[in-house]
Design a protein around this ligand. Structure first.
Ligand code: AR6
Length: 168
């Protein structure tokens, strides 16, 4: 059984085996969680991302995928970068958001991570309505077959926290 916990706060202040980043396909940084992780984690994370782009991720990381790097100076062993879908009114992209959580947990299992902290992937700059983002996140983690012992959702504001709390 995976314990699911909720925290109101900044994911870059968390201590866990792995912190999940809501990245974009380039893996080269951005705003939101991504900007905060690179700022606080320092240049080692970007250096790892550039190595991935020079290697098997030459065209970037696909939406719904996940890949790990060092966590640099963050209080974690790894950052797992995942690329959420942009929300679209005229198209159901839920399976891609499901895939972000599944793939991140698959990578966590490969690494042997026991505690994993997630932000509300896609619920910021990518515009996903937070109630639906919370539903997908909680349902997917509950249904996952994983050795991860604790999944911690780290929510940045009261509205996101309330949305996740309502689903638990
Ligand atoms: N800790 C925890 N949650 C946070 C933090 C933080 N430090 N900062 C923001 N959030 P977003 P996305 C919340 O925009 O929607 C970047 O430019 C935020 O309030 O970080 O997947 C990437 O490079 C929201 O609830 O990610 C991509 O281009 C949630 O985290 C794009 O944004 C996700 O917001 C990805 O957009």
């Amino acid at each position: 059984m995976t314990l699911i916990t909720l925290v109101l706060g900044d994911i870059t202040r968390q201590s866990a085996d792995a912190l999940v980043n809501a990245a974009n396909s380039s893996l080269l940084g951005g705003g939101g969680v991504d900007g905060a992780i690179h700022r606080r984690g320092g240049p080692a994370i970007l250096a790892d991302c550039r190595r991935l782009r020079a290697g098997h991720l030459g065209r970037g990381l696909a939406t719904g995928g996940a890949v790990a790097t060092t966590a640099g100076e963050l209080d974690a062993r790894w950052v797992i970068h995942t690329v959420g879908p942009r929300w679209a009114r005229d198209e159901d992209r839920s399976e891609l958001l499901v895939s972000c959580y599944r793939e991140s947990l698959r990578v966590a299992d490969e690494l042997g991570a026991r505690t994993v902290a997630f932000p509300a992937v896609s619920a910021g700059i990518y515009g996903w309505p937070v109630d639906d983002a919370a539903r997908i996140a909680v349902e997917t983690v509950r249904a996952a077959r994983t050795g991860v012992e604790e999944v911690r959702f780290v929510l940045f504001d009261e509205a996101a926290y309330a949305a996740f709390a309502a689903r638990l």
